[in-house]
Design a protein around this ligand. Sequence first.
Ligand code: B12
Ligand code: SF4
Ligand code: SF4
Length: 359
Amino acid sequence: MEQAEKTLPNAQVDERDVMFSRAALRSGTPNYAAYYADKAGLKETDDALRALPPLLSPGTTFFQTEIMAEAGSHFDAIDAMEVDAAWLGKQLAILQASSHPTQTLKAIAVELGAVAAGWAPLEKAFIYSHKGRLPENHGLPITLEHACALVFLVEMDWKEMQRAPKAPTLRESARQYRRAAHISLHLEALLKGFGCQAKHHYDAHYDVILPPLAVLAGLGEMGRNNILIADNYGSRVRIGCVTTDFSADLDSPVDLGAQAFCEVCKKCAENCPSKALELGDQREILGVKKWPTDAERCYRYWRQVGTDCGVCMAACPFSHRNNALHNLVRWMVRRLPWSHRLLVWGDAVMYGRKWKAKG
Ligand code: B12
Ligand code: SF4
Ligand code: SF4
């Protein structure tokens, strides 16, 4: 199935409707009153979710004091992050001397710690209509006139992800959120120094929906797990980006054979502890065919266990280590569709069909 054939969603998403925004609403505040005046049907579900212990907190299944403390420190560091002035001066000189700044900016993203980067057109359908995550700008309409996005991926450590859904996976998410924020902020400063408009997008500070932009940037395909499957790393990546009015040579979507493989595989959906993923066919949502996620089920599980789970990233056969054997299998998936059933069977023999978290 060619990603390029996919149409764009026929409406924008309001960030106020996104699970994290709903979970952040506080009873008794004007934002809470306004939201549930409009969305009364969600109030009972959301109140019950908010009554569960917060992530990282004692009382959740996988709470571990030191690990949660480290994870918390990474999230705190994101909000206090600054751009390194010496780095900026050096990279700006390189960019100004470059005969191909589109490529140079991608290379700088990689030098900053990304494993891949690509340029996507900034489609309006992937910009939220309104802000929703933070009380201070809740409901503010978003105007983002940028033409494109430099989208990049950071790798989630394979060993840590083998421990999903236990505490170390949340720490790994926090570490990589911090890395992605660092890259995004530095690219923003660099583009501004280069005379362009630019805006970072990371953690709770997004104006855009990242996975479909990563698809447009040629970084992978959407899987049955409803997140990006990237070449070499599978779903074991976090995404970050900077949007800009820089006039870049855009990248094109790629066909990794992933969606065809997902038709057969279904391992993520079978192993999802909250049964939030789709075992059946793709469904049309806002005009786009996809395997949806039941966000409430997923997030409820997080609040029970105290982590961000991650089983659907870790269990995916595409997320195996980036080595010669697995890259040969990735090549077969892409080139030999008849091998998909055999490869699903091979994965089950080698790694087991049922997910078992390592200690
Ligand atoms: C809200 C949110 C959640 C919510 C809701 C998820 C959801 N699908 O709605 C919950 C709490 C459930 C969640 C869970 C997880 N999340 Co989350 N989440 C987000 C967040 C902040 C916003 C996404 C959003 O707006 N969703 C609401 C609507 C748009 O969702 P949707 O209609 O289901 O659309 C999804 C896809 O279909 C796709 N999409 C939307 N429109 C279109 C159109 C086309 C043509 C295509 C191809 C795709 C596409 O994008 C959406 C997000 O995947 C993003 C960051 C960001 N700004 O993108 C991270 C993000 C999507 N999450 C991420 C991850 C990794 C996870 C988890 C694995 C947890 C973890 N350990 O990290 C699970 C996986 C759940 C799953 N299998 O779907 C990563 C994905 C990385 C990747 N490899 O793609 C992101 C990008 C964060 C990041 N910076 O890396 N998440
Ligand atoms: S993060 Fe866990 S609960 Fe959520 S969809 Fe993935 S496997 Fe299911
Ligand atoms: S586990 Fe299988 S079905 Fe799920 S996303 Fe990965 S390849 Fe697709």
